[in-house]
Design a protein around this ligand. Sequence first.
Ligand SMILES: [Zn+2]
Length: 492
Amino acid sequence: MRIAMNSGFLRWRFLFRFSSRVLCLVVFSLCSITAAAQTARRPKALKKESVDLLVTGGTVVTMNARFRVFDDGAVAIRGDKIVAVGPSNEVAARYTAARRILAGGKLVLPGLINTHGHAPMVLLRGIANDLTLQDWLEKYIFPAEARNVTEEFVIWGTRLAALEMIRGGTTTYVDMYYFEDAIARETKAAGMRGILGQTIIDFPVPDAKTPADAFARTEEFLKRWKGDPLIRPAVAPHSIYTESKETLQSAAHLARRHKAPLLIHVAETMRELDDSLAKHGMTPVAYLDSLGLLGPDMLAAHCVWVNDADIALLVKNQVGCAHNPSSNMLLASGVAPVPAMLKAGLRLGLGTDGAAGSNNDLELMEEMDLAAKLQKVSRMDPQALEARQSLAMATIGGARALHMESEIGSLEVGKKADLIVLSLNAPHAVPMYDLYAQIVYSLKSSDVQTVVIGGKVVMHDRQVLTLNESEILARAREYRIQVKHSLTAPTK
Ligand SMILES: [Zn+2]
């Protein structure tokens, strides 16, 4: 009986243990299957894409069509292009980079675009001041250039100008001068973007004895730099008052044959307008139109003395214009009708012009400030040109004037990675209530801390990495002695 009881108990115990194990196995299997199914359904942890440079934590002022601003924003850069712009946490979650620029408490802006200048003239900075354009040009600048401008002069002048421009946040500049091939080499070495025009002029100049020489040199220059990622070679007939009708038309023909920009001074002074009316019976803009020169490839500097019909002609032909408030004020050339130009949809950028008595520096931060104030005071209307419009002219407006708005001028995906980081750590930079007013009316070139051009860091913490600053400043001081002596020495 005991045995019978024991054997019955053992059977039950065996059955119980066996069924418990089976149950455990089933439960375990079910759990495993469910877990596997969940794992399959769950998205894999995002593998971060690698980029070359991440700028994070700053207030990113995109200057895109909606004027989007990211308070804690980031820009991701691969190669020479922007691959992402947005809130820092989103961009940082998606991208990893070998190099980072921490921009917390700072502003991140598109690089500034200087649409008009003559870079090497910085070596003649302040040589003749407080004069009219004609006196300044004919009595001082043309003679000083004839006696001093060589390829070597142009090389050191361009280095000095590039140093000043980079330190002031300029990433792209437009130039019209002599020995432009040397300017292109120095601009590329400095890491800047340049739209560089070889000058064509009807009288002997430092790099060409005749217009024929100038044309040959220009064509060679166009061929040599075609397709360069930083340099766009251009043709630069100086103006309607220094060129014959034939020279102007040949210059345009040459530019169009090579699909190159055509850079020219237009309607800068009242005298140019009066002379054009007397000689051609037309305004300078109408005269250029009659010659077939107006077109999307033209960048016209100044356009101060233009009427509504001229503005309509410029808009219709998609001509870009460069407004140079400092130069127009210093030479007392006049006040360009900027509000009317913008209202008409003109492609309008900002420029510094030369630095030798028509401005005396290459600071676009200052041009933005003056552009707005010049319109306000001359029209007795504080709303004539507002801060944001002024910043737009120095960035996306300049890009539009150059027909390069799909490449530069704003911080947008697919565009060239040209950006600047501005510090807000100075007495004149705090407190900040209005972003655009702060940038245009308070901040200065010295607040530009870091400059990136085509994805390359060209200036970091105010240290220009592509140029030897102390050597350039020393050479500039040496040139002063040479230039001064040349002006007092008797002419041969
Ligand atoms: Zn000029």
